[in-house]
Design a protein around this ligand. Structure first.
Ligand code: ATP
Ligand code: MG
Length: 139
């Protein structure tokens, strides 16, 4: 996966609350092509592995619990400058700081339940995409 792809997840409570369709609509309207999509489930262990960079943070146990409480939607998205443009589309981590028109502004319930994940670098986009999908060269 090179610079025109990113990885995203629609988080459990957003999927559970029926917001996936509206979020996908915003993603496509912003010019991203859905390359791969999967409704799946993260165990607490897998959620902890996915967010391993935060293992020493105080919020890590609750992050693992929230990310494993019900299914998530995993996405690989394609667009020029995908990683940076997608981070702009989702908005700040804390929805209180998220700009108007961003996904988190519209759908996040709190800092911990902020509706979507977006990769923060091309390198992590490739790692995270491979965490959920195999044979990506065929997509
Ligand atoms: P994500 O990786 O999910 O796209 P992000 O890159 O905007 O989010 P990170 O710093 O990677 O933010 O944090 C990962 C997730 O952990 C956040 O999306 C949020 O749900 C949660 N989180 C981050 N900081 C805090 C905090 N101070 N208190 C509680 N939860 C937090
Ligand atoms: Mg992050």
């Amino acid at each position: 996966m090179v610079g025109n792809r990113t990885f995203s997840m629609i988080k459990p409570d957003a999927v559970r609350d029926g917001q996936s369709g509206s979020i996908l609509k915003m993603i496509e309207a912003a010019g991203f092509r859905i390359v791969a999509i999967k409704l799946t489930y993260l165990s607490s262990e897998r959620a902890g592995e996915f967010y391993g960079v935060h293992a020493d943070k105080p919020f890590y146990p609750s992050l693992k619990a929230i990310m494993s409480e019900s299914p998530i939607m995993a996405l690989i998205l394609e667009k020029e400058n995908a990683v940076e443009d997608f981070r702009k589309l989702i908005g700040s981590t804390n929805p209180a700081n998220a700009a108007e028109g961003t996904i988190r502004k519209q759908f996040a319930k709190s800092l911990e339940r902020n509706a979507v994940h977006g990769s923060d670098s091309d390198e992590n986009a490739a790692i995270e995409g491979s965490f959920f999908f195999s044979n990506l060269e065929k997509y």
